[in-house]
Design a protein around this ligand. Structure first.
Ligand code: SF4
Ligand code: FES
Length: 247
């Protein structure tokens, strides 16, 4: 069966404006074909200059995320048969600088991680790491959120990224949540970073990030946890009833 793909094209070194290019593609057994299979066919047969990114082809590395028919998704996981019979529109992720065609600049995503110091900082120095039981409440709370593959779909779907390009965004804040909610981590400085001008209060709880995450993570839930944590810390610091003065 022949499917029509409408693909976003833009080469910043050559084009003045982005444009859309149509490619008819015969996918044969569309039952099993993915959007990434179609992109390979276009690149191999029709236009070798088409640029897109991929690596694992197993929905594990996050590098093939695109906007497919208006919604973020992984090209290697999205089956053509689930996209209806009309033309299939492919665009690069939103809010991220474009390198060429469907390929965005990953430096932007890495910068979201860097802003929250994405590595574990132990609260106490010890020879052995403290263990958290897989069945504990703490582990269950962050379990799914640690599965982030940094695909950037949530960043693309978040409307607040449009209004504040410096916003830490759902991907960075999800990472901060995983670390702050871990009782072994020295969360102090990280809490200050996420509570800053470009941090958690930019989130309006629209759940767009949750809606598109291919790993079924809810960054919104993590951001909500951070808001509550900072609120209660502030309340404690206010200390409205200092000892011995209440009566
Ligand atoms: S939270 Fe989900 S959508 Fe966001 S970068 Fe991680 S895997 Fe991708
Ligand atoms: S190619 Fe790795 S997630 Fe799609």
């Amino acid at each position: 069966m022949i499917y029509t793909f409408k693909i976003f094209r833009f080469d910043p070194g050559r084009d003045l404006q982005p444009y859309e290019q149509e490619f008819p593609v015969d996918l044969g057994d569309a039952e099993k074909s993915t959007v990434l299979d179609a992109l390979f066919k276009i690149q191999q047969i029709q236009d070798k200059t088409l640029s897109f990114r991929y690596s694992c082809r197993l929905a594990m590395c996050g590098s093939c995320a695109l906007v497919i028919n208006g919604k973020e998704g992984l090209a290697c996981k999205t089956l053509i048969k689930d996209l209806g019979s009309g033309p299939i529109a492919l665009k690069p992720l939103s809010h991220i600088p474009i390198l060429k065609d469907l390929t965005v600049d990953l430096k932007f995503l890495v910068s979201r991680f860097k802003k929250v110091d994405p590595y574990f900082v132990p609260k106490t120095q010890a020879l052995e790491p403290a263990k958290i039981k897989p069945t504990s409440k703490e582990r269950e709370m962050i379990g799914l959120n640690t599965e982030c593959i940094a695909c950037g779909s949530c960043v693309s779907a978040c409307t607040m990224m449009h209004w504040d390009p410096n916003y830490l965004g759902p991907m960075g804040l999800n990472r901060a949540f995983c670390l702050i909610a871990d009782s072994r981590d020295l969360a102090g400085k990280r809490l200050e970073q996420v509570a800053g001008e470009n941090g958690i209060y930019r989130c309006h709880m629209e759940f767009n990030c949750t809606d598109v995450c291919p790993k079924h993570i809810s960054p919104t839930r993590g951001i909500h946890y951070l808001k509550r944590k900072i609120f209660w810390q502030a309340v404690r610091n206010l200390n409205p009833w200092p000892k011995g003065k209440a009566e």
